[in-house]
Design a protein around this ligand. Structure first.
Ligand SMILES: [Zn+2]
Length: 102
């Protein structure tokens, strides 16, 4: 079994716990909640779909990952950084139960 980090959120329908897994963070089997989720971990689970074992509904995780925009001093172009930003990630669970998903 591989290593991954977990995010636990409550099912919007039945309030039971849903687990999303990410392999993009440190993957030390850390457990996150929506309050402690970091951008690195969120990137690896953004768009994942999990089926609730309790009510059978499926939910897609949508993360709003904070990005830091920096401007190059010589060319004036802007770049977005997606790493090491100590900001909170906003997450949203979208009900995809009735959509065709694999
Ligand atoms: Zn549920």
């Amino acid at each position: 079994m591989g290593m991954f980090d977990s995010l636990y959120v409550n099912c919007p329908k039945c309030k039971k716990q849903l687990e999303f897994q990410s392999k993009s963070g440190e993957c030390l089997l850390s457990v996150y909640t929506k309050e402690s989720l970091t951008p690195q971990v969120a990137i690896g689970m953004n768009g994942d779909i999990v089926k609730c074992k309790s009510c059978g509904n499926s939910f897609k995780l949508e993360c709003e990952i904070p990005q830091k925009v920096v401007k190059c001093k010589s060319c004036g172009n802007s770049f977005k950084l997606e790493c090491e930003i100590p900001q909170k990630v906003k997450i949203k669970l979208v009900d995809v139960t009735n959509r065709r998903v694999k």
